[in-house]
Design a protein around this ligand. Structure first.
Ligand SMILES: C[S@@+](CC[C@H](N)C(=O)[O-])C[C@H]1O[C@@H](n2cnc3c(N)ncnc32)[C@H](O)[C@@H]1O
Length: 275
């Protein structure tokens, strides 16, 4: 089953312990830890927190009160949304260890009353229709083969006029990329598609496209900074994605950044609105 392969690609049973040791190394106690402190480890997408801020920058949070975070990982984006914009967030993710860790972290930062994370498949989300004002999905579509089904499911859950903010790695050139990459151990669990296909599936599911933005240059400078930091220091930073991904992070990031530098893939934003 593809779902269990995806969940085992991301599986890590020691997330909370690893983040606790990272916090200790950084000199931050759990009693004082903030949503900002956690950004380097809990935003599992190209460019981390800065990329999330860019994606959300033009959205209207006076009307967006109920938010769905699809493939929320350990919930970094969900907590950021609740903290910065005072919204209520439901996160769903296939990987049970991520959900368990994310709900522990929600308590550390006293957001457990406004952020709830649960296990689920984005293709079939157990929820009432038309309850969310905004859906976000960051670096998840690369694991999802049937984006037409996924986007119909998101359309079902959004209110009319609700927005859908996507930040995925999209295909720019059909040439083969090297695996593993952060989202896939091999090509069988990677479903990269060009932005035009995303737009097509979104429109077919009842969305209008409001904005698209290729973030290739941003990604390249993010990877260059990461390479410089890793050359300058023998050990990884106290808090970083290595705590989620483990020691394979280096090879996965190397393959991914090379594919970005070679122009094969590009992290891309799409903002769509349900008609
Ligand atoms: C690269 S991580 C991104 C996590 C999070 N969005 C973030 O940016 O921090 C991809 C996430 O998508 C989840 N995922 C993949 N396929 C999924 C599916 N069909 N349903 C729900 N979650 C899925 C994985 O479990 C993983 O947590």
């Amino acid at each position: 089953m593809m779902d269990s392969q995806v969940a085992s690609h991301y599986s890590n049973t020691e997330i909370v312990e690893s983040i606790l040791s990272g916090l200790e190394r950084a000199g931050i106690s759990v009693a004082d830890v903030s949503v900002d402190d956690l950004g380097p480890v809990d935003e599992f997408h190209t460019g981390g927190r800065a990329a999330t801020e860019h994606l959300l920058k033009d959205l209207r949070f006076d009307t967006h009160k109920q938010v769905l975070d699809i493939g929320c990982g350990i919930g970094g984006t969900s907590r950021f949304l609740a903290d910065r914009y005072n919204v209520t967030v439901t996160g769903i993710d296939l990987t049970s260890e991520y959900i368990e860790a994310g709900n522990v972290i929600n308590k550390w930062v006293s957001l457990d009353d406004r952020v709830s994370l649960r296990c689920g498949d984005a293709n079939n989300i157990e929820n009432e229709d038309e309850v969310f004002d905004l859906a976000v999905m960051l670096h998840v579509g690369m694991n999802i083969q049937n984006k037409a089904t996924l986007f119909s499911e998101v359309a079902r859950l959004l209110v009319r006029g609700g927005q859908f903010a996507i930040y995925d790695v999209m295909l720019k050139n059909e040439a083969e990329i090297q695996y593993p990459v952060p989202w896939a151990s091999n090509s069988e669990m990677s479903f990269l598609e060009p932005m035009q296909r995303y737009k097509h599936y979104l429109e077919a599911a009842g969305f209008s496209i409001e904005r698209t933005d290729g973030r290739g240059e941003f990604a390249e400078s993010f990877f260059r900074r990461m390479q410089q930091t890793s050359k300058a220091s023998e050990s990884p930073p106290a808090l970083g994605l290595h705590l989620l991904v483990g020691s394979s992070i280096k090879e996965k990031m190397r393959n991914f950044s090379q594919a970005v530098f070679d122009g094969l893939v590009e992290p891309t934003e799409i903002i769509a609105r349900k008609l």
